[in-house]
Design a protein around this ligand. Structure first.
Ligand SMILES: [Zn+2]
Ligand SMILES: [Zn+2]
Length: 346
């Protein structure tokens, strides 16, 4: 029987177990998973920061081949390569109707693959065909899978929430997989200087050598304010993308903002944070949250990747039965780029 990696409850290890082949509804397809990459949200599920009712198969960055089709499925055929937009906007609420499908009012009551519905840490999964985006043959599966959350979150944060424009100077506070895409997409949107901020030299090197960062600040060696002053000549940054979201990162991020700058919260902070309101008022700075992204934004990423304008972040392949080790490594900040599972790897 095919394998899956299933979350049961907070604090318990994720369990790799046999699972019968899912039976598809008329609107669903059966996807044979070729790559499922590992997001920090999976760590948040296991530790309880993101509440999920188990048991459920984790994995929301998913790429594979269409294996079976339900009778209502259109525009896709057996053998096609596809990736999954893991949230299901209702299409009818006022947010969906105004183009803000990522914050659809009904998003928590409709299938969210890898959270409320079985996801891609599996050899096979069922998916509503409307959630699929076709993956061109020139893009590796593991590149495609990382676009499903890391990529689309970065795209939405840069374009919609951050409104990055020609000439902007930006900083990315935290250099995981999403951060590597933010650097690249911000440069595509016209940012002149993209700065990686973190504590791990390997990740900062990687950001500069492979993903478009023009400079880096290593917080173990330099204060952020000093680093940003050195790099920008005292101008500060027009936008900072915060993946850490704690008192220290908010204090640091708001200090380096130029007047009218934007602080974009992308990470999922667990605790309330303090903010200096006077600083924000006098700078006319704004704070904005950014949550995942739309299917259209996912399609745009595929187009950019396919035309060679985007570089993939997946770089370490694992067996499904290594799931707990991989989640622990991610939690401890030891994953460089993005880890992914090939569920058929023996
Ligand atoms: Zn994710
Ligand atoms: Zn809606």
């Amino acid at each position: 029987m095919p394998n899956v990696a299933r979350f049961y409850r907070v604090g318990d290890p994720v369990k790799v177990e046999d699972n019968p082949l899912p039976r598809i509804d008329p609107d669903e397809i059966l996807l044979k998973i070729r790559a499922a990459s590992v997001c920090h949200s999976d760590v948040h599920v296991v530790s309880g920061v993101i509440p999920v009712n188990g048991p459920v198969v984790l994995g929301h960055e998913i790429a594979g081949d269409i294996e079976q089709l339900g009778e209502n499925v259109e525009n896709i055929k057996k053998g096609d390569r596809a990736i999954v937009h893991f949230v299901t906007p209702c299409g009818d609420c006022n947010f969906c109707l105004t183009g803000n499908t990522n914050v659809c009012k009904n998003i928590n009551s409709l299938p969210m693959y890898g959270f409320s519905a079985d996801g891609g840490y599996a050899q096979y999964m069922k998916v509503n065909y409307k959630r699929l985006v076709r993956l061109p043959s020139d893009l590796p599966y593991e590149f495609g899978s990382t676009l499903c959350c890391a990529g689309v979150t970065a795209m939405h944060a840069v374009k919609s929430a951050g409104k990055i424009n020609l000439g902007d100077i930006i900083a990315v506070y935290g250099t995981g997989g999403v951060g590597m895409y933010i650097l690249q997409i911000a440069k595509l949107c016209g940012a002149t200087t993209a700065i990686a901020v973190g504590r791990t030299e390997d990740k900062l090197q990687m950001a500069q050598q492979s993903f478009g960062a023009d400079a880096a600040v290593n917080l173990t060696k330099e204060k952020l304010t000093d680093g940003i002053k050195r790099i920008t000549g005292g101008k500060g940054v027009n936008a900072v993308f915060d993946f850490v979201v704690n008192n220290e990162s908010i204090e640091n991020s708001t200090k380096i903002l130029a007047n009218t700058g934007r602080l974009i919260l992308v990470g999922i902070g667990r605790e309330p944070v303090l903010m200096n309101p006077k600083r924000m008022t006098f700078k006319e700075a704004s704070v904005v949250g950014s949550s995942v992204g739309s299917k259209e934004e996912l399609q745009l990423l595929v187009d950019l990747a396919s035309s060679g304008r985007l570089k993939g972040v997946a770089n370490s392949k694992h067996r499904l039965n290594e799931v707990n080790e991989v989640l622990t490594a991610l939690k401890e900040g030891k994953v460089l780029g993005r880890a992914y599972f090939d569920p058929f790897l023996e």
